[in-house]
Ligand binder design. Structure first.
Ligand SMILES: NC(=O)c1ccc[n+]([C@@H]2O[C@H](COP(=O)([O-])OP(=O)(O)OC[C@H]3O[C@@H](n4cnc5c(N)ncnc54)[C@H](OP(=O)(O)O)[C@@H]3O)[C@@H](O)[C@H]2O)c1
Length: 348
């Protein structure tokens, strides 16, 4: 039996869904892959932390989290901060599921750095470290001969990164385009149905999709962060979100949407990255009118769409057809962990 010890940071919506998946799929993972996942430590911001080198019972962890404090489950004094937790938890893999800070990537960026320096593999769903420091982290992972995997950081666990890694060997990714932000896509869909932008945002908030402060989505920042991740990972770019030519949907009006429809088009917030003939990279996020027959135009509500262009196969498009949930995100994290269990030596 191949045993993988895991230090888990974050027991929010994704962390708890991940803990439940690990419990539900334990038998299947053992039977199919001979793999047993042992969570040796959990760290949170307001619910304490617990370390047990023999493995924590995840049902007890979830119960203790709901009750407000994990500390009683710890056989060692619980670490005072996340950095100490990363440095001391007996583990092979850090699963990093803490909060996103799109400006600094912190504290996740430091957790990921420390884990790689310590010689742990890292799996994260957090966009911050990958968008802001991918090159540094990738090189660190290479030096340490460890995996850095982040399948759920874009498109919620749909296996885009593993598809390119394993399915397009020695291919050059020349560009991609798509719709990668569900809040703005929903807002545009609702506005097309007659809502004002304010009403559409309120509706998206009531559905639990838009944040209380929706500006990160509405102004195109979330989409720009995702463009950075894809361009940096697939096209060896070194973009920061501020490098992306970015226009959000704030100035789009219902009248603009109706006028586009009259022309046989639909307005969408489209993400693009393209290698120019001179080798430089053009990356943008902006509202575009796309013909109604285009799959971009048919990507509605909270759906997502991504088309990848390479020098090896015809353009390949993927559609996320339903609203993603934290369980989907958690599944992508689990898939990354299982990849490490099955192939502990990274192949580049
Ligand atoms: N939700 C999704 O469907 C989704 C989709 C794609 C990617 N992601 C990414 O996945 C990550 C987790 O998302 P989520 O929805 O589970 O977030 P969440 O519900 O807000 O949970 C965040 C977790 O991180 C902990 N935390 C907060 N600050 C921390 C710190 N300084 N150090 C260590 N832990 C800290 C929190 O502790 P407490 O519980 O004690 O507050 C909580 O357990 C985020 O990076 C998010 O962007 C989420």
């Amino acid at each position: 039996m191949n045993e993988l010890r895991i230090a888990l940071i974050g027991l929010g919506a994704v962390g708890r869904a991940w803990a439940r998946l690990v419990t539900e799929r334990a038998e299947r993972m053992q039977r199919l892959y001979g793999t047993r996942l042992v969570v040796t430590g959990v760290f949170t911001a307001r619910h304490g932390a617990a370390i047990d080198p023999r493995g924590l019972d995840l049902s007890e962890v979830l119960r203790a989290y709901e009750a407000g404090n994990l500390t009683d489950l710890s056989v060692h004094p619980a670490p005072a901060d996340g950095g100490t937790f990363v440095d001391t938890c007996p583990a092979d893999v850090l699963v990093e599921l803490s909060v996103l800070n799109p400006q600094t990537g912190q504290p996740a960026l430091d957790y990921v750095r420390r884990a790689l320096r310590r010689g742990l593999h890292v799996v994260t769903a957090n966009k911050g470290p990958i968008a802001l420091a991918y090159r540094e982290l990738r090189d660190l992972a290479r030096t340490q001969n460890r995996w850095l995997l982040f399948e759920s950081s874009v498109m919620d666990g749909i296996p885009i990164f593993s598809m390119v890694r394993w399915g397009l060997p020695a291919a050059e990714i020349r560009g991609f385009y798509g719709i990668l932000n569900s809040t703005t896509n929903l807002v545009l869909t609702l506005m097309e149905q007659g809502a004002s932008m304010e009403e559409a945002i309120r509706q998206a908030q009531a559905m639990g999709i838009a944040e209380a402060d929706p500006s990160h989505d509405i102004d195109g920042w979330d989409a720009a962060v995702k463009v950075c991740i894809l361009a940096n990972v697939w096209m060896d770019a070194d973009l920061k979100p501020t490098d992306v030519d970015r226009t959000g949907i704030r100035s789009v009006s219902p009248a603009d949407l109706r006028a586009a429809l009259d022309r046989g088009h639909r307005m969408k917030l489209v993400c693009r990255a393209q290698r120019r003939p001179d080798g430089t990279l053009q990356a943008s996020v902006r509202p575009e009118e796309v013909p109604l027959y285009d799959p971009l135009a048919q990507t509605k509500e909270t759906e997502a769409f991504l088309c990848i262009e390479s020098d090896s196969i015809a353009p390949l498009a993927l559609v996320e057809r339903a609203r993603a949930t934290p369980v989907h995100t958690a599944y992508g994290v689990l898939a990354d962990v299982l990849q490490i269990a099955r192939l502990p030596n990274p192949i580049r």
